[in-house]
Write a protein of this length. Structure first.
Length: 59
């Protein structure tokens, strides 16, 4: 059971780091992570469709 406990602790650390980074991104850019990802896709491809964006970002 110890390996599972270690895995759980590690996963919680990763989730916490992602949450902190996301909050910082939102504070500085005014966007969430997913919003930024979409904006990057739109800026890289002129005339991109919503379905293509969804494909590219794996929605």
């Amino acid at each position: 059971m110890q390996k599972y406990d270690e895995l759980l602790v590690s996963l919680r650390k990763v989730i916490r780091a992602i949450d902190l980074h996301s909050k910082q991104l939102n504070k500085t850019a005014g966007l969430t992570g997913p919003q930024l990802l979409i904006m990057q896709e739109v800026s890289q491809t002129d005339g991109i469709t919503a379905s293509r964006i969804a494909q590219n970002v794996n929605l």
